[in-house]
Design a protein around this ligand. Structure first.
Ligand SMILES: C[S@@+](CC[C@H](N)C(=O)[O-])C[C@H]1O[C@@H](n2cnc3c(N)ncnc32)[C@H](O)[C@@H]1O
Length: 248
């Protein structure tokens, strides 16, 4: 089944508004001459906006998905950023392109693989190794807004122990060589917008192909996603952008 690519329906690949993105970028302070690396960048919308905010900043983004990287490159070209933003198809966990001033890892702590329960710590350790003291890290990660119930956990597609509370997440960052400069939690509105825009391609496809032999499978997929959200993680799973600074 060929769905339209997600970037046709959403600006950011996650629950994030343009206003919050601007606040996250300004939390980084002056970016003149700085090198920004986005690991698991997708189509790199936050990176592109960051580089556009300073005439001398440069960016590199790495993602496995060619179609997303190509969309990011096209956006960079349209915005006159191609000479300062290098988007590459590849495995971000093996980055060896030298020192950077700022790292982004947003909704992509799984880049380093392993058991989901260690994704957050893996991301903190691997990114800390790429930064000098004073370097900044925008880490967007999930956390539990409140303890999920047994019924909710049965439909949420991740293990309870993958995440802690927001305070646990910030403590974990402090235990791994960072201090918190700012945090910005996505609202339920941002989640609602993202979830239903995300499902739009499936619903549009169902409208156009009601009698297709694939329709039951697509409908089941969309139903599972909607139910998982409304009966599972809506208001339970949070998403936050932490702006961290690497300590000595
Ligand atoms: C939820 S998306 C987030 C994309 C982007 N950071 C954002 O916030 O819009 C997660 C991304 O991680 C990428 N990814 C997963 N494992 C990866 C790896 N080992 N190397 C590079 N990208 C990876 C996926 O291809 C996907 O685009």
């Amino acid at each position: 089944v060929n769905f339209s690519p997600l970037h046709q329906d959403v600006v950011f690949h996650g629950p994030l508004t343009e206003e919050r993105a601007a606040a996250i970028i300004s939390s980084l302070g002056p970016l003149d001459g700085q090198r920004v690396l986005d690991l698991g960048c997708g189509w790199a919308e936050l990176l592109l906006r960051t580089i556009a905010s300073s005439p001398t900043a440069t960016g590199v983004g790495v993602d496995l998905k060619e179609i997303d990287v190509e969309h990011g490159r096209a956006n960079a070209a349209r915005r006159g950023l191609s000479d300062r933003v290098d988007l590459r198809v590849g495995d971000a966990s093996t980055w060896s392109g030298g020192p950077v001033d700022v790292v982004f890892n947003t909704g992509a702590s799984h880049v380093w693989g392993g058991d989901p329960v260690v994704h957050t710590v893996n991301a903190l350790k691997n990114v800390r190794a790429l930064l000098e003291p004073g370097g900044r890290f925008v880490f967007a990660e999930c956390f539990w807004i409140r303890e999920p119930t047994e019924d909710e956990l049965a439909i949420i597609p991740m293990p309870r122990d993958q995440y802690g509370s927001l305070a646990d997440l910030v403590d974990l960052a402090h235990e791994h060589g960072f201090r918190l400069l700012a945090l910005s939690e996505s609202s339920t509105d941002e989640w609602d917008h993202f979830q239903f825009q995300h499902a739009l391609a499936w619903e549009r496809w169902l409208l156009a192909n009601p009698d297709s032999p694939d329709a039951p499978e697509v409908r089941a997929k969309s139903d599972a996603e909607r139910t998982g959200y409304l009966r599972g993680w809506r208001g339970v799973l949070g998403y936050v952008h932490l702006t961290l600074v690497a300590t000595t």
